[in-house]
Design a protein around this ligand. Structure first.
Ligand code: MN
Length: 319
């Protein structure tokens, strides 16, 4: 197709067969059509990418990843799953790249696995799903991971997972049976991941590691839309040298995963600038086709469109 831009999508998921065996409860349940596509990292996936015109997927493990396991299990599975993901990428290096799964229940080992994945397997960073056994990532125990990511100059992708059980109990449970998406894409994912982002800024981790780069999907889980008000609120409590707005806009990137809205895109551009926004689909939870169709009508100049569809990702992930 003449003039088709090169398209990189970077919140694209798969499921490792061994990791899957450790999932329980609602984490173990997927719609059959999604489950089938999660486990296909070969011809079916590539055919789906071809049909939509997506050139490169940066693969990451579907939620909840390794975040709800004991440390030893998570360490063992991380190595095995990342080694298998390496083989997946090696089989199709022009179609796939990878974010590592890291064993956050054992933070020092997670930092080491991140380094191994980046320096030995050629991975582009890591993706972490939700809370780690109930803890937000701003907890100081996890700072070795941020220190290593900053030293390696790779981003960490903060991805949602089903919210904390106490939150489900207090906020959501009376609607969950009828509307299971309340815990997921419709609302729960957003609230928890946005909270993760806010807490990270408040923790001071960006003062400690000025080179730290965070990616959040789904157009920043609402934070760009709320940025003016969040910033105003935290100015009342200002402690450090940097405003919430400055910390957020200097350290965070957002993607379009599962959120193909012109209004949301324009809002994010106004708050963060086009250089911080990258295209993603959220395959296979979201289909490639509507995302790819949207790229044909983006309200962007040709230069900004290139940045969104590939340029920003190339720069951040050193592709
Ligand atoms: Mn996702």
């Amino acid at each position: 197709m003449a003039g088709k831009p090169y398209i990189i999508a970077l919140e694209e998921h798969y499921l490792d067969a061994e990791v899957k065996q450790h999932y329980t409860g609602s984490d173990a349940r997927q719609a059959p059509r999604v489950a089938e596509r999660l486990e296909d990292v070969g011809q079916g996936r590539i055919a789906d990418m071809d049909a939509a015109g997506i050139d490169l997927q940066v693969l990451s493990h579907a939620n909840p990843g390794l975040q709800k396991m004991d440390g030893d299990t998570a360490i063992r599975l991380a190595r095995a799953a990342n080694d298998r993901l390496y083989e997946t990428v090696r089989a199709h290096p022009d179609r796939f790249a990878a974010f590592a799964a890291i064993p956050t229940p054992a933070p020092a080992a997670a930092a080491d696995e991140l380094e191994r994945a980046v320096t030995q397997l050629g991975f582009k960073g890591a993706l972490v799903n939700g809370l780690t056994n109930g803890l937000f990532l701003d907890d100081k125990r996890f700072w070795p991971i941020f220190e290593r990511a900053a030293a390696l100059d790779v981003p960490l992708y903060l991805h949602p997972a089903i919210p904390h059980p106490a939150v489900v109990e207090a906020y959501y449970k009376d609607y969950v049976d009828k509307f299971p998406s309340l815990l997921r894409a419709a609302w729960g994912f957003t609230v928890e991941t946005a909270t993760q982002g806010v807490r990270l800024v408040l923790s001071g981790v960006f003062d400690a590691y000025p080179n730290l780069k965070i990616i959040i999907g789904h157009f920043g889980e609402g934070l760009p839309f709320l940025l003016w008000r969040v910033n105003m609120g935290f100015e009342r409590d200002r402690q450090g040298s940097k405003s919430f707005r400055d910390a957020f806009c200097e350290h965070f990137y957002v993607t379009t995963s599962g959120f193909f809205s012109d209004a949301a895109l324009l809002h994010c551009m106004m708050e963060m600038g086009i250089d911080r926004i990258m295209f993603s689909v959220d395959y296979p939870f979201v289909d490639n086709a509507p995302g790819a169709e949207w790229t044909k009508t983006l309200p962007l100049s040709p230069e900004d469109k290139e940045k969104l569809l590939n340029g920003n990702a190339r720069r951040l992930l050193k592709l």
